[in-house]
Design a protein around this ligand. Structure first.
Ligand SMILES: [Zn+2]
Length: 62
Protein backbone atom coordinates (compact mmCIF):
# COMPACT_ATOMS: atom_id res chain seq x y z
CA UNK A 1 0.00 0.00 0.00
CA UNK A 2 1.25 3.45 -0.84
CA UNK A 3 1.15 6.14 1.80
CA UNK A 4 -1.67 8.62 1.28
CA UNK A 5 -0.58 12.11 0.19
CA UNK A 6 0.59 14.20 3.11
CA UNK A 7 2.10 17.59 3.78
CA UNK A 8 3.49 16.65 7.19
CA UNK A 9 7.03 15.98 6.05
CA UNK A 10 7.21 19.13 3.94
CA UNK A 11 5.89 21.31 6.73
CA UNK A 12 8.53 19.88 9.05
CA UNK A 13 11.14 21.60 6.87
CA UNK A 14 9.81 24.96 8.01
CA UNK A 15 9.83 26.41 11.49
CA UNK A 16 6.79 28.02 13.02
CA UNK A 17 8.24 31.46 12.35
CA UNK A 18 8.57 30.58 8.66
CA UNK A 19 4.92 29.64 8.24
CA UNK A 20 2.18 32.13 7.60
CA UNK A 21 -1.57 31.74 7.70
CA UNK A 22 -2.85 30.99 4.21
CA UNK A 23 -5.21 33.66 2.93
CA UNK A 24 -7.10 30.98 1.00
CA UNK A 25 -7.67 28.18 3.52
CA UNK A 26 -6.68 29.79 6.83
CA UNK A 27 -4.21 27.06 7.78
CA UNK A 28 -0.78 28.10 9.03
CA UNK A 29 0.96 26.29 6.22
CA UNK A 30 1.86 29.10 3.84
CA UNK A 31 5.61 29.29 3.22
CA UNK A 32 7.86 31.32 0.96
CA UNK A 33 11.44 31.31 -0.24
CA UNK A 34 14.07 33.98 0.47
CA UNK A 35 14.15 36.78 -2.10
CA UNK A 36 11.22 35.32 -4.02
CA UNK A 37 7.90 37.21 -4.00
CA UNK A 38 5.92 33.96 -4.00
CA UNK A 39 4.04 32.02 -1.34
CA UNK A 40 3.10 28.37 -1.38
CA UNK A 41 0.45 26.83 0.83
CA UNK A 42 1.29 23.28 1.79
CA UNK A 43 -2.24 22.68 3.01
CA UNK A 44 -4.48 23.68 0.10
CA UNK A 45 -1.86 24.09 -2.63
CA UNK A 46 -2.50 27.77 -3.25
CA UNK A 47 0.36 29.53 -5.04
CA UNK A 48 0.53 33.29 -4.74
CA UNK A 49 3.07 35.42 -6.58
CA UNK A 50 3.32 39.13 -5.77
CA UNK A 51 -0.06 38.94 -4.07
CA UNK A 52 -1.83 37.36 -7.03
CA UNK A 53 -3.29 33.88 -6.61
CA UNK A 54 -2.39 31.56 -9.46
CA UNK A 55 -5.10 29.32 -10.84
CA UNK A 56 -3.03 26.17 -11.08
CA UNK A 57 -6.09 24.00 -11.65
CA UNK A 58 -7.15 26.05 -14.64
CA UNK A 59 -10.75 26.27 -13.48
CA UNK A 60 -11.13 30.04 -13.29
CA UNK A 61 -12.36 31.91 -16.35
CA UNK A 62 -9.71 34.07 -18.00
ZN1 LIG B 1 -4.01 27.26 1.93
Amino acid sequence: MNQPPSNVDLLAWFGDDERNVCSQCGVQACVSLPDVPAHFCLACGAITIAGIRLDTAGILPV
